[in-house]
Design a protein around this ligand. Sequence first.
Ligand code: NAP
Length: 465
Amino acid sequence: MFAHYGSRLERKCVSPSTQRIEQVYEQVVSRNPGEHEFHQAVREVFDSLTRVLSRHPEYVEASILERICEPERQIIFRIPWIDDEGTVHINRGFRVQYNSALGPYKGGLRFHPSVLLGTVKFLGFEQIFKNALTGLPIGGGKGGSDFDPKGRSDAEIMRFCQSFMTEAYRHLGDRVDVPAGDIGVGRRAIGYLFGQYKRISNRYEAGVLTGKGITWGGSLVRTEATGYGTVYFTEHMLSTRGSSFDGAKVLVSGSGNVAIYAIEKVTELGGTVVGASDSGGSVYDPDGIDLELLREVKEVRRARISEYADQRPSAQYLDARQVWAVAEKTPVDVALPCATQNELDEHDAATLIASGVKAVAEGANMPTTPEAIRALRESGVLFGPGKAANAGGVATSALEMQQNAIRDSWSFEYTEQRLSEIMENIHTRCADTADEYGIPGDYVAGANIAGFTQVADAMIAQGVI
Ligand code: NAP
């Protein structure tokens, strides 16, 4: 599944900037063996930086590339907990505090059996630049555990979260490090984590976690923010070509937090979502996904998406990886990968291109493989990278921190308005930066360069630390 991105030094006529980038990349690979997703995330950012280093020799002199790839702190810990039958389990917990140049570390927690240190590092590395793009004062971090919440009772989830926080709390704080949710960590887990933090720190420090319940410090729109934000960003991309979601046919992968609210906003803007998925399967629904039924299956019953197909006469059930293959059955205008990393490969990109797709935007983190991104861009498809397209979630988390700091809570309308303005600004920033560097329409480079330069300038101003 994962490509290995080896040395490119053999390529001829390399500029000093390219040479430096390749040297640092080789160091990253050799210092972090086996962490392929992390290498992939670094490669993707580095590929945008040749022009930047040529214009800014001060970044090379201050060894910004080397410093930005090395997390400021990495914490790995044991999480013992007892299941409902009395069996003791041991999981592994991680928190990678990546970069605090712009503010306290900020980034979600992922609970999924696939989580390794390299997973957390790839997500934390991306988070640095994403958080910079929001224009809000937040640094980058990420965490999680290889714990699988699927099929666990509420009591088991609570005991696990309490054990996680019993170690993690000493590294967190509203001015230090502020986690949130991610895959497998929704409002229920955030509640248990917050409760344990409060208990052992003896402080009601609302701003230590985001994604909290609305009645105890959470922000309206946080639940919807990533999905809505992805759709806003895509709408801005489409508008550069005189197009919109109105009347568009859309594919969304996943059926979790990001996917559900992306589907909701697409539908609100006049689009029809004809496919969705989970880790077990996909559905093709030519009549448009019935969001109420999907939420009942996935959020209330916590069941498999196959149950959606069982109950919906217009829907057809397909294999897990086949959500993009829906584009073989019907023309698709927009694809929004909202499930997990590397879920849309070169083959899927070819299917989407043949179907006439106009835009692909990443609701998930790094869901599109580098080969697929290349194919989409070479075919003139608008491509919105996750760092920009899914930044609405963390941006609204930062709005939650603002509300906590001033002990206030804002209305849904006001908060959504702020989110929509932030997404418009991110789009403008990416587009303007791409123009400035002579690569108009390249949102990947625009996002990487805008995020990187902001963090690099702050790091230089703060000295060698
Ligand atoms: P979630 O609520 O746990 O939902 C994840 C969805 O993806 C579920 O439908 C899940 O299926 C599916 N999935 C997970 N692993 C998969 C796999 N290996 N193959 C196929 N499908 C898989 O998580 P989420 O919060 O929506 O996050 C989704 C993505 O968005 C992640 O990449 C996350 O890092 C990114 N993101 C999230 C936020 C946020 O605010 N939540 C912000 C920025 C980025 P099952 O139901 O079968 O588990």
